[in-house]
Design a protein around this ligand. Structure first.
Ligand code: GN1
Ligand code: MG
Length: 360
C-alpha cells in the first residue's frame, strides 16, 4: 500500500486516500480501487499497465485520450446528463500525461464510476441493452478525427494468430504439443474458413472501423436500474472488423458456462442471448453496416471462440507466458471450453442466418 500510495501521489487526485485494494478480474493489467476519505472527493481506479503486452504505452494512452475526448464531446452535444458516469476520465500525472512511469512500471488513474456494476453473465434483456450500447460505441467513434494506432499489432488478425500457434507448435517450448494433437487438427481443419475476414479485407470488400476489441460482458458498466452507463477497458480500442465486437461479446455473453469451465456439459451457445444482442446491435449499427458485414455476423460468432481457442492453446504450448493462470492446465481447460463453445455455435449457424435475415 505504501508503494501504491507513492505512485498515486504523482496524479492530481482530489481528497485524501484512505485505502487501496485489488479490483476486478482482468487477465492482463493489475487493477486497484483507491478509496478516498468522506464523500466529497471521488474514488479512483489505479492500474498497472501490462507493459509486456502493451509495449507502446504512449500510443495506448493517446488512443484512449482520443476516444474518451471524442465520446465526451458527443455526449455533451446530445445534452447528456451524468457524463461522469458515461465516459471514463483519466487523470493527468505530474508529467501532464495520463500515465506515470516509475522507472519500471507504467501506471494510470481514472475516476471510479460510482453506483455502477459489472456482470459476469447477462440475461436476454441485458444482452439487448449491451447490443445497443456496443453498436452505439462503434457509431460514436465512426467520425473520430484522430487516427488510432494498433495498440497490439494484428490483435484480431486470424492469420497472424494461427501463425503464432504454428510457431509455438514448432518450438514446443514446454513439451506439451503431444497432448494437444486433437485440438491442433480441429483448428487446422477450420483455418481457411476462419481467415475469411482477412481475405475479404485484402480484396477491398470489408472495411476496418474503430472497434472496442474486448467486448466481454464484464467490460460494460450498468447503473442501479440496469441501464448501460459506459464501456470500459479501452486498451484495445483500435481499427478492426466489426466482427470483433459482435463476436467477442457473444463469446462471453452467450456462453451458458464459464470461459474456463471444467465441465463441458455446461458450455453451450445460448440462442436467446444471441437473438437479443443481435437485435440491439443491429438497431444501433444498421445505419453504418455494409451488407457484407451483416451477412457475416454468424461467421463472427464462430470466429471469436475459435480465435480464443487458438490463443489459449498457443499460450499453453508456450508454457503460459501471456495469460494469468490459476493452475498449470488452466490454459488447456480454457482451450477445451472455447472449442466446445465453437462447436455449439457451428450447430446454430443456419438458425442465426435466419434470425439476422428477419431483422433487416
Ligand atoms: C484478455 O484483460 P481482459 O481479461 O479483459 C485479452 C482479450 C481476451 C480475454 C480472454 C489485451 O482480456 O483479448 O479475449 O483476456 N486481452 C488482451 O478472457 O489480450
Ligand atoms: Mg476487462
Amino acid at each position: 500500500m505504501k508503494d501504491l500510495l507513492s505512485i498515486v501521489s504523482h496524479f492530481q487526485l482530489q481528497g485524501t486516500v484512505q485505502e487501496i485494494k485489488p479490483l476486478g478480474a482482468g487477465l492482463i493489467n493489475d487493477t486497484y480501487k483507491v478509496s478516498t476519505l468522506g464523500t466529497d472527493a471521488p474514488d479512483y481506479v489505479l492500474q498497472r499497465i501490462n507493459h509486456a503486452i502493451f509495449q507502446n504505452v504512449e500510443m495506448l494512452q493517446a488512443n484512449i485520450d482520443a476516444v474518451t475526448t471524442h465520446i465526451r464531446k458527443k455526449l455533451e452535444e446530445k445534452g447528456e446528463k451524468d457524463i461522469e458516469r458515461k465516459v471514463l476520465r483519466f487523470l493527468p500525472a505530474d508529467t501532464g500525461k495520463t500515465y506515470w512511469h516509475d522507472g519500471e512500471n507504467y501506471w494510470r488513474v481514472m475516476a471510479f464510476i460510482p453506483n455502477a456494476r459489472t456482470y459476469e453473465t447477462v440475461d436476454p434483456e441485458y444482452s439487448y441493452y449491451a447490443g445497443v450500447a456496443f453498436g452505439n460505441f462503434q457509431a460514436m467513434l465512426a467520425d473520430i478525427p484522430d487516427e488510432l494506432g494498433e495498440t497490439i499489432p494484428d490483435f484480431h488478425n486470424m492469420e497472424f494468430r494461427l501463425k503464432q500457434l504454428r510457431d509455438a507448435v514448432a518450438a514446443d517450448a514446454a513439451g506439451r504439443v503431444k497432448e494437444v494433437r486433437y485440438f491442433l487438427d480441429e483448428i487446422e481443419r477450420r483455418a481457411d474458413e476462419m481467415c475469411k475476414a482477412e481475405r475479404l479485407h485484402r480484396e477491398g470488400k470489408l472495411p476496418k472501423r474503430v472497434c472496442h476489441c474486448d467486448t466481454k460482458v464484464n467490460n460494460m458498466m450498468f447503473d442501479e436500474n440496469g441501464n448501460v452507463l459506459c464501456v470500459i477497458d479501452l486498451d484495445t480500442v483500435m481499427p478492426s472488423f466489426v466482427f470483433s465486437d459482435f463476436g467477442d461479446f457473444l463469446r462471453s455473453g452467450a456462453n451458458t458456462g464459464l470461459e474456463d469451465d471444467k465441465d463441458l456439459a455446461n458450455v453451450n451457445f445460448d440462442m436467446e442471448i444471441f437473438k437479443a444482442f443481435t437485435k440491439g446491435y443491429l438497431e444501433s449499427a444498421k445505419s453504418f453496416l455494409l451488407p457484407i458485414e451483416i451477412e457475416n455476423l454468424p461467421y463472427a460468432a464462430a470466429l471469436f471462440p475459435y480465435m480464443q481457442c487458438v490463443r489459449f492453446l498457443a499460450d499453453y504450448i508456450n508454457g503460459d507466458t501471456y495469460y494469468k493462470i490459476q493452475y498449470p492446465e488452466h490454459n488447456l481447460v480454457r482451450t477445451k471450453a472455447q472449442f466446445k463453445l465453437l462447436q455449439s455455435v457451428e450447430e446454430h449457424t443456419p438458425e442465426m442466418q435466419k434470425f439476422i435475415a428477419s431483422c433487416i
